[in-house]
Design a protein around this ligand. Structure first.
Ligand code: UDP
Length: 239
């Protein structure tokens, strides 16, 4: 195994559910602390880390409590949910000795600073973790698309999509015991086989920009570090 990280700058997409742990809703303290510890570990390796955080543990524009609501209004609520998660993440990072800056795609300046690309780049160069909140700032999009967008904007070498499953499988490993994990596959293969890596908008953006995605499980201890060290963890989707 290599002793140097394989990547200089990464974009980590964390779903809101990743913060939930075994709870049914919201933010689980122990879970967020564990995830943040993994992020802190890779920053100590000298890797620049930006995070896009989801909001599904609090609110989604297309599910649950949003039923019957105007879609755009519900989506703005979903984006605000991501701001709450971002604040919790940044707080947990500060507690573990790493400076984090939250940047929001929606102006909410008494709470967090607005997203300004050069400033985000400066923070990353300074070794601060940047947490991108409020998704793309637009309804009808997802935080997966925000991850692709911000990943491309900041010149991340890799988008890390943290999921519950440790990669992309030939079939659903929960249902089919013969399913096997792809170590790597191209964007075209993923499309032909109709493997839902990210939503279509996010996938298309990464594909166009030749921005590789690695799907992995953040619940596996040490997985983030193994990814950053270039080890065989999860599934790499590349151009
Ligand atoms: N959202 C949005 N535009 C964006 C990103 C998010 O409208 O650019 C809203 C949308 O309603 C979504 C919610 O915010 O359901 C939470 O984001 P997402 O579902 O992507 O969170 P995750 O599934 O990653 O927890």
């Amino acid at each position: 195994t290599a002793s140097q990280p394989a990547h200089k700058r990464i974009l980590l997409k964390l779903s809101g559910e990743a913060l939930m742990g075994d709870d049914a809703f919201g933010i689980n303290r122990a879970t967020i602390e564990r995830i943040v510890a993994e992020v802190v570990e890779v920053t100590h390796l000298g890797v620049q880390v930006a995070v896009v955080i989801g909001g599904g543990n609090i609110f989604r524009g297309v599910a649950g409590g949003s039923e019957g609501m105007d879609r755009a209004t519900a989506d703005y609520m979903g984006m605000l949910a991501t701001v709450m998660n971002a604040l919790a993440l940044a707080d947990a990072m500060d507690k573990q000795g790493v400076t984090a800056r939250v940047m929001s795609a929606i102006d909410i300046q008494q709470v967090v600073e607005p997203y300004v690309r050069p400033k985000a780049l400066q923070y990353l160069e300074e070794g601060k973790v940047v947490v991108f909140a409020a998704g793309t700032g637009n309804p009808f999009f997802t935080t997966d698309t925000a991850a692709a967008l911000r990943g491309a904007e900041i010149g991340a070498e890799l988008v890390l999509k943290a999921t519950k499953v440790d990669g992309v499988y030939t079939a659903d490993p929960m249902k089919d015991p013969t399913a096997t994990r792809y170590a790597r596959l191209t964007f075209d293969e993923a499309m032909v086989r109709n493997l839902g890596i990210m939503d279509a908008t996010a996938f298309a953006l990464c594909r166009d920009q030749k921005l590789p995605i690695r799907v992995f499980s953040i619940t596996r201890p040490g997985a983030l570090k193994r990814v950053v060290m270039g080890e065989d963890e999860g599934t790499l989707v590349y151009a």
